[in-house]
Design a protein around this ligand. Sequence first.
Ligand code: NDP
Length: 330
Amino acid sequence: MTDRFQAVLISRDEDKNQSVDMVELTEDDLMEGDVTVAVEATTVNYKDGLAITGKAPVVRRFPLVPGIDFAGTVTRSSHPDWKEGDHVILNGWGVGETHFGAYAARARVRGEWLVPLPEGMSARDAMAVGTAGYTAMLCVMALERHGITPARGPVVVTGAAGGVGSVAIALLAGLGHHVIASTGRPAEADYLKDLGAAEIIARDELSNPGKPLGKERWAGGIDAVGSHTLANVLSMTSYGGAVAACGLAQGMDLPASVAPFILRGVSLLGIDSVMAPKELRLEAWRRIATELDHAKLAALSTLVPFKGVIAAATDIVEGRIRGRVVVEMP
Ligand code: NDP
């Protein structure tokens, strides 16, 4: 008999009404792939929230098991890079969008999508980082490639109390940057300072329509918010600086002017984690494992049981999650 396991399943009826249920699946129900993984931990990212609530068209195949990232152990493999017992991480590649994802005890994926779990990291640690944290590292690496060193001036982080923001603050502070954290949750000031923020600014300083060019306040930025916030971050970036843009928590629009680009030589660096090449992923995870303070990672993450995953998905799109959520598998 094939073992049954719990999974979250998103379905749609003929009228395109979406429903989300806890179901039981077997490995025979999984999609094609050359590696099967026992999922040991997963997480709730903003995109998972959008998928489960149906607020944005993240899911492009129904029915679908959502969940864009997991860490676990290989149980079966016909891929040359992986064998039974290997510890692996998966981020993106359309998993949880077009391919059955992380919210099930088993996942079957393509071997080239996986990276090894770094030495010394547990599956839970990896999911405390998750796609949000790995994206924060991709942002840091992009700023570094642009020459944004601590000596150049402060770095602003928007959506600071969220997943990308929290990990970005911890990483940047660890590298010696003066971090300015922008948040709509002033009650989280102590949390953000403990992660390493040197200054806290109110979200609404940046979230309203602003001027094409403002006072130069920072050399770099990591923006998880988009819309007016990103436009204002750009307008206040100092000469030759750069902003890594990865998110859309405020909106997908970018009501900006070209002034920061043509008058201050500011660069806008686009960050995508989903299709990022393997070398970049390996470098990001290697650096996360060695550079992210363990105590800070523990402080920014909370554990929820598997049955709480649907509620946590609603909470994240409502802006009620602080830092990162790790989902414990049943
Ligand atoms: P979170 O929900 O954890 O964080 C988003 C934060 O943005 C919130 O905590 C809040 O921070 C702030 N925020 C929320 N709503 C608004 C609003 N209306 N206006 C201004 N600020 C707002 O999400 P994640 O950190 O997981 O993801 C952040 C963004 O990055 C998402 O848009 C996500 O889709 C994107 N992302 C992109 C990736 C990529 O590959 N490019 C990969 C991973 C994430 P505060 O309360 O501190 O103000």
